[in-house]
Design a protein around this ligand. Sequence first.
Ligand code: J9N
Length: 298
Amino acid sequence: MRVDVVTIFPDYLAPLQLSLLGRAQRLGLLDLHVHDLRGWTEDRHRTVDDTPAGGGAGMVMLPEPWGLALDAVHRGEGAGGPVGAAPTAEPGSDAGDGAAVELAAAPDEPADGRPLLLVPSPSGRRLDQAMAHELAREPRLVVACGRYEGIDERVLLDAAQRYRVVPFSLGDYVLNGGEVAALALVEAVGRLLPGVVGNPASLLEESHEQGLLEHPVYTRPPRWRGLDVPDVLLSGHHGQVARWRRDEGLRRTARRRPDLLEALAAADPGALDRADLAVLAEEGWVPGGRRPAAPSGD
Ligand code: J9N
């Protein structure tokens, strides 16, 4: 997968050279290019922002550098011309008829050859594990990191002629800019690419993969500061271990994220069986009802 990130703070993305994703890049599984937006400015001060039309606080990012940057990155170029491997074909590039263009609401509409342009925004679609899996199937992602109060809206309207534009959010809180969201997105997607995580089975056991939170985990020693590893985990009974893990994942989800249980029950009525529902009832969770269990500190 090729990923291009455009930002005024390329150093913010430096951690992607470390650890698992650094290795993925050296192996050629992830082809990451981070671009400095200021490379597409044409004035002496390399200006990227101006005051908001209509007045108000803060600054808005100028359309001119963004337009040039997204055009160049679409062609597979950096600010100084071609970089890395040749870009993918550009079947969307003849769509410039100036017609009104709607932004894509979700990345799962029929792919039409236009690459995805992901735009971090507190008002975007919430990134979750299902969306990370959808993105991992794409050959190419471009991430446009805005700062200040945002990017001039015309940039996204214009980009929709060449890209499937998807504003996305990490959660309902405000960051100073899109860089941390881009970092999180590239890590969440990159680790799902084939070959990046050594044992693919481990991917399936994680929180959010089955619509539930993961069970607690333990290692050696069996007793530490007076706290024991649960006996069942040392028993060697694989069936009992699996049931305990399922139960603990369910209990945790009921206590911490009952919204996930409601979503799971609504999306897949068969996802919770009688044994599951019995454990959940002990935590005070019943389908359709909303009686959170008393806080337990867990
Ligand atoms: N989830 C989220 C994204 C943001 C951004 S993007 C650019 C500025 C702020 N805040 N929160």
